[in-house]
Design a protein around this ligand. Structure first.
Ligand code: PLP
Length: 264
């Protein structure tokens, strides 16, 4: 019997006990996208749709061991990182992924959860910029994260372009700057590629609080596409259509910022 080959990806991320965001969102999307996902857990969160109640990063040795278990055995085609919690995790993850420069790396620079909980310490932010960001093929900051990374506020499309260029100068190959947290009626995302092409994606802003795990799902979509050997300009239009669909159609889970309806 011929074994089916499906692309294998790795998510290096934190768990969400209520299943909405983080590693849980990643694996749910990867399964739907017909991609096999390995998981290296950076930390555990006690969390639900109403907020983050507790969190604990894993030890450096357990992080290293998980990565070794996966990479010694599987044939990983793309890697993504999510919540990294503290500087020890950031440093170790940077060290671990640097051993696999040929594998596309997507960094979702998760800093703060929707409810306001910090998922990355200040010391870790600095280290992420210096040690991890330069290893990325794509980094996917929202406007607040891009402002923290560049040290500049972002209030217009011109500012978005400048921020994307600045982030590229820090060492990221491609930059996807997500405009979802802006104030305008339409949402503009900017993909700024290594060859300095700007691709804009505009969509309607939906009036919903059911957006828990949006960033995770978009970065998982892109990671799955890269594992299938698609380019970012090929992936993004479909990714945006999909994201609009799953944000617009909620599911009835929890009492706060509920998860996306990936089955919509
Ligand atoms: N919790 C974990 C463990 C995450 O990795 C993330 C995002 O990556 C979040 C929470 C953020 O979720 P939200 O979409 O509510 O901001």
């Amino acid at each position: 019997m011929a074994l089916e080959k499906i692309p294998q990806v790795l998510t290096i991320a934190g768990t969400d006990a209520s299943g909405g965001a983080g590693l849980n969102a990643d694996t749910r999307f990867f399964a739907l996208a017909h991609v096999y996902a390995a998981t290296v857990v950076t930390g555990i969160t006690a969390q639900n749709t109403q907020g983050v109640q507790a969190m604990m990063p894993v030890s450096e040795s357990l992080l290293r061991q998980q990565m070794k278990s996966v990479m010694d055995d599987l044939d990983i085609k793309a890697i993504k990182t999510g919540a990294l919690f503290d500087e020890h995790i950031v440093k170790t993850v940077a060290d671990l992924v640097s051993e696999f420069p040929e594998i596309p790396l997507v960094i979702d620079p998760v800093m703060v959860a929707k409810g306001g909980a910090k998922l990355l310490s200040d010391a870790a932010i600095d280290l992420m910029i210096k040690a991890l960001l330069p290893l990325s093929d794509l980094i996917t900051p929202n406007l607040e994260e891009a402002a923290v990374i560049t040290g500049q506020s972002i209030n217009s499309k011109d500012d978005m372009c400048q921020a994307a260029q600045a982030i590229q100068q820090l060492g990221a190959k491609h930059v996807l700057l997500k405009g979802g947290h802006g104030a305008e009626e339409t949402v503009s995302d900017l993909l700024y590629t290594a060859d300095q092409q700007a691709y804009w994606y505009r969509s309607e802003r939906f009036d919903t609080i059911r957006t828990h795990g949006t960033g995770d799902t978009l970065s998982a979509y892109i990671t799955a596409g890269l594992a299938k050997e698609l380019t970012l300009p090929e992936i993004m239009p479909d990714a945006k259509v999909y994201m609009n669909q799953v944000i617009q159609n909620g599911i009835d889970v929890g009492h706060g910022h509920g998860p996306l309806n990936l089955w919509a």
